[in-house]
Ligand binder design. Structure first.
Ligand code: KG4
Ligand code: ZN
Length: 347
């Protein structure tokens, strides 16, 4: 089974080919970071236009890299949401057109589900072994910060989400406050290496034990207030602010995820999404899981950010839609996976 994946939900255009064993034969990504950087964030119109221009050359390159022809592809998988509508439409349209003209199977993919199952790619799990079911998954990206109980592929219970900003969004906004270049997460990660994470005592919100929700907007305000109080900041202070902010986000993410694992009696944890690339998050999760005897599955660094390998990989595990529904497949801007869950008071 050879699966072709398309991803265009935000500012990465990606095409990948994955074989029946989850081996990634090609994973092509064209990042639009340089295009959006001058605006300090993703401009939806520009994203759509650039997806359109990048898609076919990427497909050709992916086929060439994998050494296969389109005729050999068995199945097509595409992210159809959530994300920017115009951007999603580019991938969906490409996948639909190919499926309709070749008669190949089409699998619509939920972007967040692809993130939390990327560890099933043959080289997708840093621990070297994919998790067993059930596992707890933390999905942290520019648009999401949620904890799921994953009972099987397609069977999810959402234990908690962010009440305001997603973790990646908080990284990006605070980077902007600090005058650091876009994309903010990477900049904060880099500059924090020279800063003191204990320099400022920023709040860890939602610490009460009776929920698995996050909130990062108060933390962002705390950084803004601290900046205003300091006035002009030098490089060292900026690094301290970044490191202290990063530490607060990482502490909340690690603490809540392990709390959820304990609550469910689950001893395997998956960390996924763009923010899972954060070096401090990776090291603190590693230490905390070792200490608490939890098996940690960090998504391989190359599959943390948006990519199409995770889309093709999940396309292998998910059922295709009937051929007569292919033409009618539409993207969607927002929507969750799994059933929502309100935890009772935790011990
Ligand atoms: O998963 P992703 O590529 O796209 C979405 O689905 O949103 O995640 C992008 C987010 C951005 O907010 C970016 O700043 C953040 O992931 N990010 C990071 C790091 N690398 C990317 N955040 C913290 N540290 C990083 N090293
Ligand atoms: Zn993503």
């Amino acid at each position: 089974m050879l699966t072709l994946g398309f991803e265009s939900s935000c500012d990465e255009t990606a095409v990948a080919l994955v074989d029946g064993q989850g081996r990634v034969l090609a994973s092509q990504i064209s990042s639009q970071v340089p295009i959006h950087a001058r605006y300090g964030g993703v401009v939806p119109e520009l994203a759509s236009r650039n997806h359109l221009m990048a898609m076919l050359p990427l497909l050709e390159r992916a086929l060439e890299t994998a050494g296969v022809t389109l005729a050999q592809v068995d199945r097509i998988a595409v992210t159809n949401g959530p994300g920017l509508m115009g951007a999603l439409l580019m991938g969906v349209q490409a996948a639909k057109t190919l499926a309709l003209t070749t008669g190949k199977e089409l699998v619509p993919i939920h972007h967040v589900e692809a993130h939390i199952t990327a560890v099933f790619l043959a080289d997708g799990d840093d621990s070297g072994t994919a998790p067993g079911f059930p596992y707890i998954a933390l999905a942290v990206s520019g648009g999401h910060s949620s904890i799921y109980e994953v009972r099987a592929i397609g069977d999810y219970r959402r234990l908690g989400s962010t009440l305001d900003d997603a973790a990646g969004e908080a990284f990006d906004k605070v980077a902007r406050l600090l005058g650091l270049p876009y994309p903010g997460g990477v900049s904060i990660d880099r500059i924090s290496k020279t800063g003191n994470p204990k320099a400022f005592d920023f709040p860890r919100a939602m610490r009460r034990k009776d929920n698995f929700s996050f909130s990062f907007s108060g933390l962002k305000t705390a950084v803004r207030n601290q900046l205003a109080q300091l006035g002009a900041v030098d490089e060292a202070q900026r690094a301290d602010l970044a490191a202290s902010f990063q530490e607060a986000v990482v502490d909340s993410l690690v603490e809540k995820t392990l709390q959820a694992a304990r609550f469910c009696g689950i001893r395997e944890v998956v960390v996924a999404g763009g923010v899972a690339a954060n070096s401090r998050l990776r090291s603190k999760f590693t230490a905390a899981c070792q200490e608490q005897d939890v098996k940690l599955h960090l998504t391989a660094f190359k599959y943390c950010g948006d990519n199409a390998a995770m889309v093709a990989g999940l396309g292998l595990l998910r059922a295709p839609i009937p051929q007569d529904q292919v033409a009618g497949l539409e993207p969607f801007a927002s929507g969750e996976i799994g059933t929502a869950f309100v935890p009772p008071d935790l011990p």
